[in-house]
Design a protein around this ligand. Structure first.
Ligand code: FMN
Length: 215
């Protein structure tokens, strides 16, 4: 049976100009050539509709308005709910996730957080009880690869102080139940001693190692 790789990009730049998307594409091409049982679905967060969450469409934590309450909503709010359900379904249907994003202000672009808040839905991605919140993504083997390009290069020891995006995604997806998490850091893109070309060359080596590790 075919498996699905969901490729999520958080960058308005055309691929040729974006370092994270250049490495993302390279990863996808290499991954698919090694894993022909995969189909790729792409989600460009800058061109696709990602609803803004508000208190009208969410009745409580991670719970969308439904049933008779849903029917009373405006067409716009219904559209938001339908789209959030669709995004959540798309996320659940994948086996492998690749996120390509730049480092912005030692973190990641806010559109990516907007997306994450849309897909973490109660009884689909998490289960909330009065005692605890548990992740539901351990229902099958799933893996996540986070690709980040950054202007600077951060020493391993200080990495946690700067790589908040990477830390966040590793923490949250492990919590949700995704067992395998890998990262590709394209570092020093804007520094004179590394620069874009060298950073890309190094990241291409990392791609091969990670694909090997995942297979
Ligand atoms: C709004 C903004 C914030 C940024 N913040 C950081 C930062 O905190 N640390 C860093 O090393 N680089 C930072 N950069 C530089 C980018 O991470 C770097 O140029 C990266 O390679 C861009 O990737 P892209 O070509 O895929 O957009 C920032 C760039 C922008 C536009």
């Amino acid at each position: 049976m075919l498996k699905k790789l969901l490729y999520i990009t958080a960058n308005s730049k055309p691929e040729k100009l974006s370092t994270s998307k250049t490495i993302g594409r390279q990863f996808i091409n290499r991954f698919v050539s090694k894993n022909p049982d995969y189909v790729v679905e792409e989600l460009d967060l800058y061109t696709e509709y990602i609803p803004e969450i508000n208190h009208i469409i969410f009745k409580k934590r991670a719970e969308l308005v439904s049933g008779a309450e849903y029917e009373k909503l405006s067409e716009n709010d219904k559209k938001s709910i339908d789209r959030i359900n669709e995004l959540c379904g798309q996320f659940l249907s994948a086996d492998t996730y690749v996120i390509a994003a730049p480092m912005w202000s030692v973190s990641y672009p806010s559109i990516l957080k907007k997306y994450i808040d849309c897909i973490i839905i109660n009884n689909r991605v998490i289960r909330i009880t009065p005692e605890e919140v548990t992740g539901l993504l351990n229902d099958k083997e799933r893996s996540m690869i986070y690709i980040q390009s950054s202007g600077g290069k951060y020493p391993k020891l200080l990495s946690g102080k700067f790589n908040h995006g990477v830390e966040y995604f590793e923490d949250i997806f492990k919590f949700l139940g995704i067992k395998k998490f890998e990262k590709i850091l394209v570092e020093g893109v804007d520094t004179p001693d590394i620069g874009r070309e060298k950073a890309i060359t190094k990241a291409c080596l990392d791609i091969e190692n990670i694909i090997e590790k995942l297979s």
